[in-house]
Ligand binder design. Structure first.
Ligand code: HEC
Ligand code: HEC
Length: 227
């Protein structure tokens, strides 16, 4: 063996060994060998916190949703919708399309399971108490005069969610408000699925349309205050 080819062989070996060891620390979103857990720690944590929430419950950015304790079925559906570009609100396109482009169904399932099993924390952000009280009333009773049903019927008495219905408790109010506006923008687009920002939310479109902007803020502030 010439000296050069020895060096080449050795460095190829080092690379191969390195690649094996690094699969546990990889940020490579295009490698199906990298586990959902590793991607959660190495990539998703940058915006969603280590366990799907920042250690003290605060927001890195209040429009980045908490994922800890979210319903697994819901998480899987949303990741699939980012992956196939059917959830298309502006922030979804900017932030989540690229990140989920090459994820495999197995990685998506593992990520959903990981976050569903993390412990949610109380959100330290405080809304205006008057708005929180009005939001609580909306959550429990709905707004019958505007044909808005009680949120608790589907999202659960403590907004813990259920299967395809997401947990809302402790979520950042700014994120919730932004999504209610995205549902609102979808109203009337039922016959144009390609224009809908969130395709699995026909029910939420009617509800968001029935709420005034002020009521959207109030219910978001209330949900943020729940544990
Ligand atoms: C650069 C920041 C950033 C990174 C990194 C990131 N996300 Fe996100 N994620 C966001 C933002 C912003 C949203 C909200 C999008 C919207 O408003 O539609 C979001 C939304 C989500 C949602 C939807 C939550 C809900 O309540 O509907 C899931 C699930 C999610 N991300 C999972 C992940 C996973 C898994 C990874 C790692 C592969 C990841 N994210 C990496 C910024 C990020
Ligand atoms: C009939 C059942 C039902 C009722 C009633 C209902 N929701 Fe929902 N909600 C859903 C479903 C299902 C989704 C998930 C939609 C999707 O997959 O895109 C959802 C999603 C949401 C989201 C998006 C969460 C996220 O993480 O992106 C918000 C915010 C929300 N609902 C708020 C409310 C509020 C506030 C009320 C009451 C005024 C309410 N919902 C009443 C079924 C319901």
């Amino acid at each position: 063996m010439t000296r050069i080819s020895k060096i080449l062989t050795l460095s190829a070996l080092a690379l191969a060994v390195g690649a094996c060891a690094n699969v546990d620390r990889s940020r490579n979103l295009g490698n199906p060998q990298v586990s959902g857990y590793t991607l959660a720690q190495q990539v998703c944590s940058t915006c969603h916190g280590g366990n799907g929430i920042n250690a003290n419950g605060t927001a890195l950015n209040p429009t980045f949703p908490n994922l800890a304790g979210q319903q697994a079925i819901y998480l899987e559906t949303e990741l699939q919708e980012f992956h196939d570009h059917s959830r298309r609100d502006a922030a979804a396109q900017d932030m989540m399309w690229g990140l989920t482009r090459q994820l495999t169904p197995e990685q998506i399932k593992a990520l959903a399971e990981f976050y569903a099993h993390q412990k949610p924390l109380p959100n330290p952000a405080q809304g205006d108490p008057v708005a929180v009280a009005a939001g609580q009333k909306l959550f429990i009773e709905g707004a019958p005069e505007r044909s808005v049903p009680a949120c608790a019927t589907c999202h659960g008495a403590r907004a813990e969610g259920n299967g395809p219905v997401p947990r809302l408790a402790g979520q950042h109010a700014d994120y919730l408000y932004k999504q209610l506006m995205a549902f609102n923008d979808d109203v009337g687009r039922e016959n144009h699925p390609e224009a809908q920002e969130r395709p699995h939310a026909v029910v939420m479109e009617g509800i968001a349309h029935g709420l005034t902007d002020e009521q959207k803020r109030q219910v978001a502030d209330y949900l943020q205050s729940l544990q």
